[in-house]
Design a protein around this ligand. Structure first.
Ligand SMILES: *Cc1c(COP(=O)(O)O)cnc(C)c1O
Length: 226
């Protein structure tokens, strides 16, 4: 199947159930992204700042770019002028930096808090308690140029479907609780980003409304870039 075929069939699969499809294009050449774009895809995800900037410069301006990888505070300035959403916010320090550069660019930048749900020490993200602490903090209350749109999580890389299901279930439950406690009157807290190629069907069953798909669309990547 071509990239365009993959986009078309995944769009059919997700649009009907109001799940947003993010095409994760990390490591892939701009010609691949252009093919997805020509098939109608507008939402792309990258995990490296420099790669995203280089691709953004070469591709159509109406692409919406999501950053999905760990972001260092000193790199926020490179993506602040154009990034559509930062899904990988994992500290108040980073959020303050995003707020600062969003302000400089006279923008409000949409963000997701990345929540640590996997049983793997290598993954980034806030613990449940840390996320609550962040949302309760005065530092957070003072930010004007960011908007928290929801949560993102990455499940454990395992074949154990029961474990993946439990991790996504916990994140959905936490999402509902956070919405009730902190965003009751804010309709823009609406995004739960869960699911990649290997587990997106489970994630959707558990309440995801944004799936991040790379290899299912573009084919596999070299191992070290997983
Ligand atoms: C690479 C990546 C994906 C997509 O992975 P696939 O298995 O290729 O679908 C999704 N989310 C994040 C955070 C990633 O880094």
């Amino acid at each position: 199947m071509s990239i365009a075929d993959n986009i078309n069939s995944l769009k059919k699969e997700t649009e009907l159930i109001n799940v947003t499809l993010l095409a994760v294009s990390k490591t892939k050449p701009v010609t691949d992204l252009q093919e997805a774009y020509d098939a109608g895809q507008r939402l792309f995800g990258e995990n490296m700042v420099q790669e995203m900037v280089e691709k953004q410069e070469q591709l159509p301006a109406d692409i919406q770019w999501h950053l999905i990888g760990h972001l260092q505070t000193n790199k926020v300035k490179y993506i602040a002028p154009f990034v559509s959403m930062i899904e990988s916010v994992d500290s108040i320090k980073l959020l303050k930096e995003i707020d600062k550069h969003a302000g400089k660019n006279k923008r409000v930048i949409d963000c997701l808090l990345q929540i640590y749900i996997a049983d793997e020490e290598t993954k980034f993200g806030l613990g449940f308690d840390e996320a609550i602490e962040l949302l309760r903090s005065e530092e957070f209350a003072a930010l004007r140029n960011i908007r928290i749109r929801g949560l993102m999580g990455i499940a454990t890389n395992t074949d154990n479907e029961k474990q993946i299901k439990e991790e996504y279930y916990e994140l959905k439950t936490f999402f509902d609780g956070i919405k009730t406690s902190f965003f009751r009157k804010d309709d823009s807290f609406d995004t739960l980003s869960m699911g990649m190629s290997s587990d997106y069907k489970i994630a959707i069953e558990q309440g995801s409304n944004l799936v991040r798909l790379g290899s299912t669309i573009f084919g596999s990547r070299p191992k070290k870039n997983v």
